[in-house]
Design a protein around this ligand. Sequence first.
Ligand SMILES: O=C1O[C@H](COP(=O)(O)O)[C@@H](O)[C@H](O)[C@H]1O
Length: 267
Amino acid sequence: MVAARAGAKQACKVVVDVSPTEAAVGTRLCALFADAARKAIADKGSFTVAVPGGSVLKMLGGLKEQKGIDWSKVHLYYVNHKVLPHSDPASTHKKALAGFVQAVGLPEANVAAPLEPAPGQDLSAAASAAASDYESRLRAAAASLGLPLAQSGAPRLDWMLLGMGADGHVGSLYPNKPTLEERTAWVLPFQKSADAASITLSLPVMAAGREVVICLTGAKKAPAVRLAVEGGAQPGELPGAMVAPAPDATLTWLLDEAAAAELGGKR
Ligand SMILES: O=C1O[C@H](COP(=O)(O)O)[C@@H](O)[C@H](O)[C@H]1O
């Protein structure tokens, strides 16, 4: 079921797209991704997309079934990434390569892999270096691909695909953290604990997507979905609700029935 909503505070068009099961959400996600890629490539010769980790990345395995995409014209970025060697089983880059990139024939040169930590490097220093490197690469790509910039100055990727945690976190932007206040940097380091750090796109870059798709499933996330879609979160409480795309953008909530269960009204 697909419904456009006017209720949320975003100025952009908001679509709530509900499928019966998690598997059906995965199928729908890959079909929408493929449609957007084919259209962008036909219209302007390239498709730029940022993808998250977690359950949404796994769903992208279904892209293997999609036909008619010129993968040499697709440019892939990560919404967030743990500061780890690419050989680490928890590396999102490693999972993306194995999950769909290699199978569909997306050239690895078109995948912006984050800088790996140097052996023995201090984690916080490695996170800062990786964030700064990723931002430089994104700036270079924005220039070479001619990406338009949003009013915030952030690059407008064609598709900004986000997951959201039950606590409302998107990428590595967590509730009530100073990273939510960032307005200038495109990529930020975030140290979650003494032994876990990541880099993440900033809120302005997430919001700058020409299409922003927030995909999530499961009953545990239903309260966060209700708050984000219908409003009412306290400032800083729910990062997913703080992604406010431009008026000419579309924000699509791609949900299963369980995640949509607390939404009232028409959906
Ligand atoms: O920590 C993270 O969580 C979100 C949501 O993950 P999910 O497995 O519950 O879908 C994810 O989008 C993000 O990339 C990841 O770092």
